[in-house]
Design a protein around this ligand. Structure first.
Ligand SMILES: [Fe+2]
Length: 458
């Protein structure tokens, strides 16, 4: 399995689920589409109209038991962790419903025109570098229903670059025009599960048939390769349902109904963001003053208003806005360090979550639009002194985050591969992973003088 997966970028676990297991999984998902309880519902026209209807983790709140026949199915979990060589974390839990006619337009579909890959620094479910899909079709993906085609070996065209001691760029392949892409149909049948490297080019074909094409599209990342935009938040019900051996798959969750979902608007499940901003001389930005003490920059967090379900939980847009408005600092990118969670300050207000990110500036101690005494760029020694003098809020945590950041480690002291994250609205600057590009690569992690991702080659 491992050899084939590494060479081709995908591996099909044939008949790994029984028909009954697939039905057990599909039933509550199909029922939720029928009820209109899915994330694209408000965009209309609703299921069963032709179109691509989709649903995030919400189904797991009322039906956590379907975790047993999907994300935590022993055979799926074991295969994924064997291929990673380490524990996995669930990132995406996404059901797609494509009724008859889905994917068809006025003009005939050109095979290859929908080829793409899903390394996406603008999404929680895409901004990591060691990850894979696990797709469970609920029906046979026949020629008529629409195969999920793959381009064998294409994952090898997007190498990870060495880090600068903090964050790794990716030399992301540019997907060329349709006629230059070789795609094969792995002939997925009900009961099969296909595992695909996250950098593999693939294409869903239109549904030419007369029944619904529906399936579950999960993404997992290796624990050592966290999402740069931060983790997707799941309903606590699923974490609680999982066995002790499987709980680590869903470590980030909320029990107050605020998880990754879109109602008429995106549901906020992260209230605050803090940023550990290091300059090129390894000094860290703190706000406050000599008398009252210092703290990290902290901003109100909010989902992007235009976020769709796969954009959920990426609140970088609000952090960028806060940094620019309050500090006069234009942040080009961030990379997630840790989430803080607990009960909300106000009684009965549910839970509270704060996302902590790292960033390193290209210059030394940039000037902010604050008065001189209201901020400081502190060396590690100065931060330690401030902690000793009780003049740094959350001082011990900040020293820990700084250590994690500078040593490329996670909270447990294990090595991590961090990558670049940007707001979901930055999707507008990226073209590399979709169809019709000139040959070559695009370096994810390079920004222009305005702090925006380098423009794509014309
Ligand atoms: Fe995709």
């Amino acid at each position: 399995m491992k050899e084939e997966f590494e060479k081709n970028g995908y591996y099909v676990l044939r008949g790994v689920l029984t028909e009954a297991e697939v039905d057990q999984l599909a039933m509550p998902i199909r029922a939720a589409f029928t009820r209109g309880d899915y994330d694209t519902f408000h965009r209309g026209p609703a299921y069963p109209a032709a179109g691509i209807h989709s649903m995030g983790p919400r189904v797991l709140e009322d039906h956590p038991e379907i975790a047993d026949v999907s994300l935590a199915h022993p055979k799926i979990m074991e295969a994924i962790e064997e291929l990673f060589g380490e524990p996995a974390t669930l990132a995406q839990y996404w059901s797609i419903m494509r009724p008859p006619g889905a994917g068809l337009a006025d003009k005939p579909f050109v095979n290859g025109s929908g080829a793409h890959y899903d390394y996406k620094p603008w999404r929680c479910v895409g901004s990591y570098v060691k990850w894979m899909f696990a797709v469970i079709p609920f029906i046979d993906y026949t020629e008529t229903a629409g195969p999920l085609t793959v381009s064998p070996g294409s994952h090898l065209k997007s190498p990870l670059m060495p880090s600068d001691g903090r964050v790794h760029p990716v030399e992301a392949a540019q997907v060329p025009k349709a006629s230059e892409i070789e795609l094969i149909d792995p002939s997925l049948k009900k009961g099969d599960v296909v595992l695909m490297n996250g950098f593999l080019w693939h294409e869903p074909r239109p549904n030419y048939g007369n029944s619904d094409r529906c399936g579950l599209y999960m993404k997992f990342h290796a624990k050592s390769s966290p999402p740069a935009c931060g983790p997707t938040i799941y309903p606590t019900a699923v974490h609680e349902h999982l066995s002790d051996e499987a709980k680590h798959l869903v470590p980030y969750h909320r029990g107050d109904g605020r998880f990754a979902s879109i109602e008429e608007e995106p549901v906020d499940c992260i209230e605050e963001g803090q940023v550990l901003i290091e300059d090129r001389d390894e000094k860290v930005l703190v706000l406050g003053n000599e008398v009252d003490g210092w703290r990290l920059p902290r901003f109100d967090a909010k989902e992007d208003a235009t976020a769709m379900i796969l954009d959920a939980c990426n609140v970088m847009g609000s952090i960028f806005k806060g940094a620019e408005e309050e500090l006069g600092l234009k942040l080009p990118w961030l990379s997630w360090l840790v989430d803080l969670a607990g009960p909300a300050a106000a009684e009965d207000a549910g839970e509270w979550r704060c996302r902590v990110y790292g960033h390193r500036t290209k210059t030394s101690a940039p000037t902010l639009k604050l008065s001189d005494g209201e901020y400081a760029w502190m060396s590690t020694e100065q931060l330690k002194e401030a902690v000793t003098d009780n003049k740094l809020t959350d001082g011990a945590d900040i020293l820990k985050w700084l250590h994690m950041w500078q040593n490329e480690e996670d909270e447990d002291g294990q090595p991590v591969t961090r990558s670049f994250g940007v707001p979901s609205t930055h999707v507008a600057y990226f073209k590399y992973n979709g169809n019709g590009n000139p040959e070559g690569t695009y370096l994810v992690g390079e920004f222009d003088e305005n702090g925006l991702p380098m423009p794509a080659e014309a």
